[in-house]
Design a protein around this ligand. Structure first.
Ligand SMILES: Cc1ncc(COP(=O)(O)O)c(C=O)c1O
Length: 362
């Protein structure tokens, strides 16, 4: 049984000294400061998942013909561990990440990592590297990923895979901190098409989004907003976040999960928290021209993006080939702030966790 696979614990002989670690944690940025350890596991058709190790973080060695390097058979997750108000450590809805990881793997014709193994691996890594969790607003960003290692040239699912988990101490995702972000609406590139891999968290989706993201940066924007691929009309999501619109009647609108957008865990939380606040949430298509008209008429009061990395980020300005428009008055809207505050309080163990989202690390 895969679920019974044991994790061999091989701690790093000389972990980073406390003073050096403290210096790194002062201003970690995002995705640059890594912890001392990682998890690795191997899969073969004959043995299933085996050789699971918690060991010193180190470069991996790959055959140049490893299938991932040629056919991009790779999936990943993004999740966080938080230092809690009571001094403990919490993971936020990790079972959701485990389930999505398995769905992404299935879409890419890869063997799923059993959810129990996924969760034990995450917990073991967080436990051994818990001193890397920044205090204050930071957190430990966990990156589980899996890729095809079989050495062969030919287009078919590989017969060997590696599962790996690394961890990075992070601060704010956007350089400006909690300031509203500016977004670029791409009218030439799409992120995903019907029948494609948009709902999977696979590396290829992000490779395909980079040119549009670079265009966004050229236009002075933090993130790109993708429209649907068929009509270039319907708002889908950002390069790495889902999107919500707050209308003047208090209704929240968010694009529906139809296979082309990632089913965000933060998106799911926002929908629940909005319901808790008595707000109506409509999961329905929303056209970019409607967004422009609603911003001009004042019907759309706020818009925000949400995801694990940035949590909830207000959208303050929208730029596109035809011009630009502003939303709000340069700070968070009231509904955005309320939802973010509630979510952050739960993540940090400082608010009533009515949905039992926080997983306390024993
Ligand atoms: C394309 C995309 N959409 C949405 C999200 C938000 O998902 P989650 O809230 O689960 O982090 C992410 C981040 O994982 C993403 O990469």
């Amino acid at each position: 049984m895969n679920d019974a696979v044991q994790i061999a614990i091989k701690p790093r002989a000389q972990p980073t000294p406390a003073a050096a670690r403290a210096a790194l944690l002062e201003d970690p940025g995002f995705g640059k400061v890594f912890t001392d350890h990682m998890i690795t596991a191997r899969w073969t058709a004959a043995e299933g998942w085996h050789d699971v190790q918690l060991r010193e973080r180190a470069p991996l060695s790959l055959d140049p013909a490893a299938a991932v390097l040629h056919y991009a058979q790779e999936v990943f997750e993004g999740m966080k561990a938080y230092r809690l108000a009571d001094g403990g450590v919490g993971l936020f809805r990790p079972a959701e990440n485990a389930a999505r990881f398995a769905r992404s793997a299935a879409r890419m014709a890869m063997p799923p990592v059993p959810e129990d193994l996924f969760l034990r691996a995450i917990e073991a890594l967080v436990r051994i590297d818990k001193d890397w969790i920044p205090s204050g607003e930071g957190s430990l960003y966990l990156r589980p990923f899996m890729f095809a290692t079989e050495a062969f040239l030919g287009v078919r699912p590989a017969a060997e895979y590696t599962f790996c988990v690394i961890a990075s101490a992070v601060g704010a995702y956007f350089k400006g901190g909690a300031k509203p972000v500016t977004v670029w609406v791409s009218d030439d590139y799409s992120r995903a098409a019907n029948g494609g891999t948009g709902a999977a968290k696979c590396g290829g989706n992000y490779a395909a989004s980079l040119l549009a993201q670079a265009q966004a940066a050229e236009h002075g924007c933090d993130q790109v907003v993708f429209l649907d691929s068929a009509e270039h009309r319907w708002v889908e999501e950002l390069g790495g976040m889902n999107i919500f619109f707050v209308l003047d009647n208090g209704v929240l609108v968010t694009p529906p999960l139809g296979g082309t957008i990632l089913p965000g865990i933060t998106r799911d939380c926002i929908i629940s928290l909005a319901h808790d606040l008595g707000l109506t949430v409509e999961e329905r298509p929303y056209a970019f021209e409607q967004w422009q008209a609603d911003a001009a008429s004042g019907r759309v009061r706020e818009a925000f993006a949400c995801g694990t990395a940035a949590v909830v980020a207000s959208i303050g300005e929208v730029r596109h080939r035809g011009g630009a428009f502003a939303l709000g008055n340069g700070s968070d809207g009231a509904v955005t702030r309320k939802l973010r505050d509630r979510l952050v309080a739960i993540q940090r163990g400082a608010g009533a966790d009515e949905h039992a989202w926080l997983h306390h690390l024993a």
